[in-house]
Ligand binder design. Structure first.
Ligand code: SER
Length: 329
């Protein structure tokens, strides 16, 4: 008999690792995880496939061997890396997403099931320069993102919606969140532009000096990883009749770069940071919103972050990092 599994792509990424741990905490282990790299966490899953979402043979093998009951399609090339590898970024971010949507469609049709499909989008779909406003008031789809990454996210949001519409929502139930920067205490991001805040934290914890590539008064919205994962669960578990859209903004706190530095320095007084602005990355940050309105997520599926600027550091980031350091000593 074929096994029913939850498919997670990009499983070894920051969101993937935390998502798997949280599913395991809920005693969910029927997970089929894919990533290009070996899995770097201890966890209980059905199978780990080290490979690419661009590998059609691999996807075919999944189609033949499993019934996929849910998809979390997290694999992506983040914004800074995407600008440097445009072809690779478009292949992974656009073609890869199409491949996973095709897989969902085929499996949905074959087993006559509707597959919930989670897609992580981003504040990168916005462009505050062309909008002439630093705050995004509601989810809109007619944006003109300046990054290759943001353009791909926008395209894939639309593609997911079209797949869902074309099958009258029979095979795919596509839902997505436009994430702000995400801060994880247990992993260090790579290839993103909002990385300056988590990098700052992890450098301080390792007693390393940090060269911040973004200006001291720039501001982006952020959340911490436990809230990001809770949001994914809440959205995916929401009754479809509660949803007024398939795209939702979420956020928690937004502070100028320098306030993050001061907050971290309070805890790690020896921490030293200098500013060495990367103009390309600064331009990206300047085009992203300072803040976004997440009213719809609050109204439709009860989104409420557990962590704000203060308790994110005092209750999650600092204690968690301390634990990790102690465990590795
Ligand atoms: N945090 C991502 C990045 O910086 C955007 O979603 O690339």
């Amino acid at each position: 008999m074929l096994k029913k599994v939850i498919l997670i792509t990009g499983a070894n990424g920051e969101i993937g690792q935390y998502l798997i741990k949280e599913l395991n905490r809920k005693n969910i282990e029927n997970i089929l995880a894919i990533d290009l790299h070996p899995l770097s966490i201890q966890c209980r899953i059905e199978q780990y496939l080290q490979g690419s979402i661009l590998d059609i043979k691999l996807l075919k093998a999944i189609q033949e061997k499993y019934i996929v009951s849910e998809i979390y399609h997290l694999a992506a090339i983040l914004s800074t890396k995407a600008e440097k590898n445009i072809q690779l970024a478009n292949d992974v971010n656009i073609k890869g997403t199409k491949n996973i949507l095709d897989l969902a469609k085929k499996l949905g049709k074959k087993y006559m099931i509707k597959i919930p499909f989670f897609f992580p989008s981003s504040i990168a779909v916005y462009n505050t320069i062309s909008n002439n406003s630093f705050t995004i008031n509601e989810e809109m789809t007619e944006e003109k993102p300046i990054t290759i990454y943001g353009q791909a996210k926008l395209k894939c949001e639309k593609m997911g919606f079209d797949y869902m519409k074309n099958c009258n929502s029979k095979e795919i139930d596509f839902r997505c969140i436009r994430f702000p920067g995400i801060i994880s205490a247990s992993t260090m991001p790579s290839g993103g532009t909002s990385d300056y805040v988590p990098e700052m934290i992890h450098h301080a914890a390792k007693n390393l000096k940090y060269e911040c590539f973004i200006k001291k008064d720039s501001q982006l919205p952020f959340i911490v990883m436990p809230d990001a994962i809770q949001a994914i669960f809440n959205l995916m578990n929401a009754d479809i009749n509660q949803l007024t859209t398939y795209i939702y903004n979420i956020t928690s706190f937004n502070q100028p770069t320098h306030n993050f530095y001061l907050k971290i320095k309070n805890y790690y007084p020896q921490f030293e940071m200098i500013y060495d602005i990367d103009l390309k990355r600064q331009k990206i940050v300047d085009s992203w919103p300072n803040n976004i309105n997440d009213k719809k997520a609050k109204e439709d599926w009860g989104w409420e972050p557990q962590y704000n600027f203060d308790n994110a550091f005092n209750k999650y980031i600092f204690p968690e990092i301390k634990n990790i350091i102690q465990e590795t000593m």
